[in-house]
Design a protein around this ligand. Sequence first.
Ligand code: HEM
Length: 459
Amino acid sequence: MAQTLTPTPSESPPRGRPFSEAPRAPALRMLRRVLSKETRDDMLTTFGELREEYGPIVAHGAGPFRGVFLFGPDANRFVLLDRRGIFSSRKPWMRIMGGTFPNGLLLWDGEAHKHQRKIMREAFKRPMLRSYTSAMNPMIERGLGRFDASAESGAELKAFDALKELTLEIGASVFMGAELGESTTAVNTAFEGLVAASMPGGIRLPIPGLEYQRGLKGRQFMLKFLGSMLAEKRANESPDAFSQMCHAETPEGERFNDTEVLDHMIFLMMAAHDTTTSSLTSMMYELARHPEWQERARAECRTLGKPYAEFEDAPELEELTWVMKETLRRYPPLPVIPRMALEEFEWEGYVVPAGTMVVVSPIVTHHMPEWWTRPYTFDPLRFSPERAEDARHTHSWIPFGGGVHMCLGIRFAESQIRAIMHQLLLRYRWTVAEGYEMPVQQAPISKPKDGLPIRLERI
Ligand code: HEM
């Protein structure tokens, strides 16, 4: 497999074959695929088929709509590590969510991104992560009301809806330092609008009735909601991320201004709660379908011997972590990651011109038989130290992306997932109906179309 990992000096441009000769998916078929509901629901099949049919590089489109799919761990490493600084995250993400999350961290490139990320990192240092997890544990316990009610009545519970409500409450408290109370529905509606407006293929015009308009309204609501708290957060330091970002300062004295704080907060709330809800839901699904793993994970939680899993308990919850990793392999909340090439580059022997939209795919990579044993089987043991299938390549398991834009919330997300699962496993046993298969919509963030109906039994 041809790779270009070392920087290509600008005075000696790449000498591969022209892009026009690269394997190409027919325009009409691609258009249908990119815009179709089937693709949104099942990117794994759609893009997996492209890879099988055409290989590791697949060109499509023309002019300003020219794009290329690069499949496999080498491509992930090349594009995400971006050693030459030639891939823009800002350009494609602006197209997708520029109107709704205009200054989110993903929408910055180069030095400006480095500057923003450095300040935001201050809010995600270990002592903060420790305190976020400790703060969320009693909230999780208080927030299990819907689960309790369902266990008591025996009625089905839509796991996705209940988990979404729970993670939103936790996010509001840990990120904003606010109890949502009566504002829960309004904040939830605002975020639903914001995420739905980021659907690929949607029409980006502020026309009443369109998803995009709902997204813009959601943004206005959140700016007002957070804006009303800003002065207080600036004045007093508290252990929530909102306050931390108001006060975050790098050793060089760099700080966020008010607009930056508000925009980063809206983006963070979205990045944090939809992805974690998606992961928890998929995990509940797989644990319902694999009761032997549910029991194994529960036994491990019991061995921990305490009602709350704290940040530093991660090493004691090893098998639960394998389950989490395996779930993120099978159902990465972000199935594809887009970039725009700012300069031409060579890959697989072809010269890809500047201005091409480059897409790599966690979900396709996570199901490549070259890297994973029986990739469509749920098998947490593949993450055990004995098998360590994820160690076969640095970029074969990439649910959190990689390189300069690698998820900043990775440790927070893992800790939150463990903390919630720990309490769920200690408190309930759950099942799905015989033969049930979760219908998934994979874009923009993977979720079950039916909310994942489960039945709970109180232990
Ligand atoms: C299981 C949960 C999560 C998954 C799977 C996930 C996945 C990702 C991925 C794939 C990216 C990179 C996208 C790209 O390169 O284009 C990303 C970026 C990001 N994520 Fe997460 N995320 C999760 C949870 C969180 C949480 C809980 C937070 C906040 C506490 C968060 C904050 C961010 C931020 C700020 C970025 C942008 C980083 C940058 O541009 O430098 N994420 N996430």
